[in-house]
Design a protein around this ligand. Structure first.
Ligand code: FAD
Length: 289
C-alpha cells in the first residue's frame, strides 16, 4: 500500500525542525530511521499532514561520554552502538549487548536509538536498556527544551510524555564509573525478531556489594517495565546466589505478559526470572573483573 499524502520537510537545524513541527498542531512527526514510521504510514495505521526528516541536521550523531554522561544523539543508529568501542567497555555493557540483538543488519543500519525510545514499542529493546541505566530524554520544541527522566517517559504502548511539536534531541545516561557493568538478555523466535521476553540489567558495585541496580523488562507488559522491587532487593547487598535469586523472583513478579504465538504468560515469566538471574550474575562478575 502507499501512504496517504503528506508534506515532506527536510530541515537543517533543530530550531527549524521544531518550528515546522509546531506548525502542524500534533499532525506532523519526526522521521529518523523510518524503520517504524514508514511501515505505519504505508499500512495506513497512521496518517499525517507532514513528516519532518531530521537526517540532514548536523550534530545529532554524537555518541560520547561528556560531562559525566553518555550522550546518544537523535541520529545515532543501532549500528553505531553495535560497532562502538566505547559501548564494549564494562560500564556500558548493557548497551553494547543490546545493540546487535535488535532486528537485522538492514534495520540496524538505519534505525535510531532515540527513534526507538520515542516510538515506545513495549517490545522495543532500547526502552528497557534506558530504564535500567537511568537515562534522561532531552527534548526541544518551539516553546523550549526539557529533560524527562526515563521513568516518566513511557506512558503506555506507543505512548510517551512527548508533547505535540516536541522532538528528542538526545538521550543521556549517567556515567556509573569504574566498578559497573550490565547485561542484556533477549529471547527471540528467530534472528531479527522482536523479543518474546528480554531483561536489561545495569549494576554499579562498591566494596563487593551492589551500590545501585537497574533492572527492566522487554515484551512482557504494555510498556517496558522497570522492576523496582527487584532493584531494591539487590541494592546494598552482596550479589550472592540467594540475593540474586530473590531479585530474579521479584522481576518475574513485575512482568505482566500475555499468552500469544510467542509463548504462554507463565513461560515468559519464567524466562524473565532465569534471564534476570543470569544477567545479574554476569553483570556482577563483569563489574568486579
Ligand atoms: P522512525 O521510524 O523514524 O520513527 C518512529 C517513531 O518515533 C515515529 O513516531 C517518529 O515520529 C518518532 N521519532 C523518531 N525519532 C524521533 C525524535 N528524535 N524525536 C521525536 N520523535 C521521534 N526494534 C527493537 O527494539 N527490537 C527489534 O528486534 C526490532 N526488530 C525490528 C524488525 C523489523 C523488520 C523492523 C522494520 C523494525 C524492528 N525494530 C525493532 C524497530 C526498529 O528498532 C526501529 O528502528 C525503531 O523502532 C524506530 O527507530 P527509527 O529511527 O527507525 O524511527
Amino acid at each position: 500500500m502507499y501512504p496517504s499524502q503528506f508534506e515532506y520537510h527536510a530541515p537543517t537545524s533543530v530550531a527549524e525542525a521544531v518550528e515546522i513541527l509546531g506548525r502542524y498542531d500534533g499532525e506532523a512527526r519526526v522521521l529518523a530511521g523510518g524503520q517504524s514510521l514508514i511501515p505505519l504510514l504505508k499500512l495506513r495505521f497512521t496518517t499525517l499532514r507532514a513528516v519532518v526528516d531530521i537526517n540532514r541536521i548536523p550534530g545529532l550523531d554524537t555518541l560520547a561520554v561528556e560531562d559525566g554522561a553518555l550522550r546518544i544523539g537523535a541520529l545515532v543508529r543501532h549500528r553505531d552502538c553495535e560497532r562502538s568501542p566505547l559501548l564494549k567497555e564494562a560500564r556500558w555493557r548493557v548497551l553494547g549487548q543490546a545493540a546487535p540483538q535488535i532486528a537485522d543488519p538492514v534495520v540496524r543500519n538505519l534505525g535510531t536509538v532515540c527513534g526507538s525510545v520515542a516510538h515506545a514499542d513495549p517490545q522495543g529493546d532500547w526502552g528497557s536498556v534506558m530504564l535500567a541505566a537511568g537515562a534522561e530524554v532531552v527534548t526541544a520544541s518551539a516553546a523550549g527544551g526539557r529533560t524527562i527522566p526515563i521513568a516518566d517517559f513511557f506512558q503506555g504502548p506507543f505512548t510517551t510524555a512527548l508533547e505535540p511539536g516536541e522532538m528528542v534531541t538526545e538521550i543521556r545516561l549517567p556515567d556509573p564509573g569504574g566498578r559497573a557493568s550490565g547485561a542484556y538478555l533477549k529471547l527471540e523466535r528467530k534472528v531479527g525478531d522482536f523479543a518474546t521476553a528480554g531483561v536489561a540489567v545495569h549494576l554499579a558495585m562498591s566494596d563487593g556489594s551492589v551500590a545501585t541496580a537497574g533492572i527492566a523488562l522487554t515484551g512482557v507488559g504494555a510498556r517496558n517495565i522497570k522492576a523496582t522491587a527487584a532493584e531494591s532487593a539487590i541494592a546494598g547487598r552482596e550479589p550472592t546466589p540467594d540475593a540474586i535469586a530473590e531479585a530474579a523472583r521479584l522481576a518475574a513478579e513485575a512482568a505482566d505478559p500475555q499468552d500469544d504465538l510467542r509463548g504462554t504468560a507463565e513461560y515468559k515469566r519464567n524466562v524473565v526470572r532465569v534471564f534476570c538471574q543470569r544477567g545479574l550474575q554476569a553483570a556482577a562478575a563483569a563489574a568486579a573483573a
